[in-house]
Design a protein around this ligand. Structure first.
Ligand SMILES: [Mn+2]
Length: 334
């Protein structure tokens, strides 16, 4: 049986108690999702800053996280499997990951774990000593920001605030698909800080896309095809890199949904984005991606407006499955 608590402050108290206990028993790695996006990395490093027994670690740093960590000198340990974790473990915290496969390493057995996440659904198996903190927020850094504000305000240094804000800005698509509560969290992060918001956003979004990547995005746009699927319009394409970026660019054209696929070594990955209009009228990409996993195998999930799937079928089969799942959803009135 897992410990489940409901209200935000109960969740934060439970989290605090879990952390205190785990850190008194040994080292507590804070493990990131393998995509290494700014939300998972920002969450891990900020939370780890609240106790010397915690350390942020993970398989990979994404493009933005890598630059942000370098420029803020934020401590992050790269690991390649479970044997890279310390021996005297007091617990394991996993941030912003809906399943063990999303962190990409095998976790040691019998160690209490705490999952801090905001995905709609998850595949974690919890035991008695485990804790799940799942909140309906726009970014996991929001949960960490709420936790630090309440239980460890001294941890909110300028670099920690920047990491939290960076995670919130990127996961909410620069405050385009967040709940109104995110503004309160953003205010709490910025309140009493020296951060100048506009320059911070500019710094965060400074593009480091090289010319071959730009070429690949242009090709991806040239290959794009528009299709109607039931009540919905979809624009889809494929590329070899930066699928999320391409999906975002394609959605800007104005379709309900954008879909980008990528195939490599027999593995196909789908990345999709949906407009706010589409999600409020019935589209949940998270649900579609997990339905695809049930139908053709692999693993899928995410959020209503941004989700992904990975599996071992060819690109055409995966795309067709996505398109036919979309066709089944009636367009509702929001
Ligand atoms: Mn996230």
């Amino acid at each position: 049986m897992s410990k489940r608590v409901n209200s935000v402050s109960d969740n934060l108290v439970a989290l605090h108690n879990w952390i205190e206990e785990a850190c008194s028993n040994g080292a507590v790695p804070v493990i990131t999702g393998m995509n290494g996006d700014m939300d998972t990395v920002g969450s891990a490093i900020s939370l780890a800053a609240s106790n010397p027994n915690m350390m942020a670690c993970g398989l990979h740093l994404g493009r933005i996280s890598k630059r942000v960590c370098r420029e803020l000198s934020a401590p992050f340990k790269k690991i390649s499997d479970g044997s890279d974790l310390p021996n005297n473990l007091g617990g394991l915290i996993i941030v912003d990951s809906a399943s063990q496969s999303q962190i990409g390493i095998e976790l040691p057995k019998g160690v209490p774990k705490c999952i801090i996440d905001h995905h709609e659904s998850n595949n974690w198996q919890l035991s008695n000593s485990d804790l799940m903190v799942n909140m309906d927020v726009s970014a996991t850094t929001e949960i960490i920001a709420k936790y630090l504000t309440k239980h460890s305000s001294a941890t909110l240094t300028e670099p920690v605030r920047k990491l939290l804000l960076a995670g919130l800005i990127t996961d909410s698509g620069r405050f385009k698909h967040n709940t109104k509560d995110s503004f309160t969290t953003a205010h709490e992060i910025l309140h009493d800080s020296e951060i100048e918001y506009a320059s911070f956003v500019e710094w965060l979004e400074a593009s480091e896309i090289n010319s071959s990547e730009r070429g690949s995005l242009v090709k991806g746009m040239q290959r794009a095809k528009a299709t109607e699927s039931g009540d919905w319009s979809i624009i889809h394409s494929y590329c070899g890199t930066l699928e999320g970026r391409l999906a975002g660019l394609l959605l800007g054209i104005g379709h309900d949904i954008s879909l980008v696929s990528r195939s490599r070594d027999g593995e196909t990955r789908l990345t999709a984005r949906a407009s706010k209009n589409a999600t409020s009228q019935g589209i949940s990409l998270a649900k579609i991606m997990s339905d695809i996993a049930e139908q053709i195998g692999g693993e899928g999930g995410g959020h209503a407006g941004a989700a992904g799937w990975t599996g071992n079928v060819d690109r055409i089969t995966a795309e067709s499955s996505f398109i036919s799942n979309v066709a089944k959803i009636p367009r509702g009135i929001d």
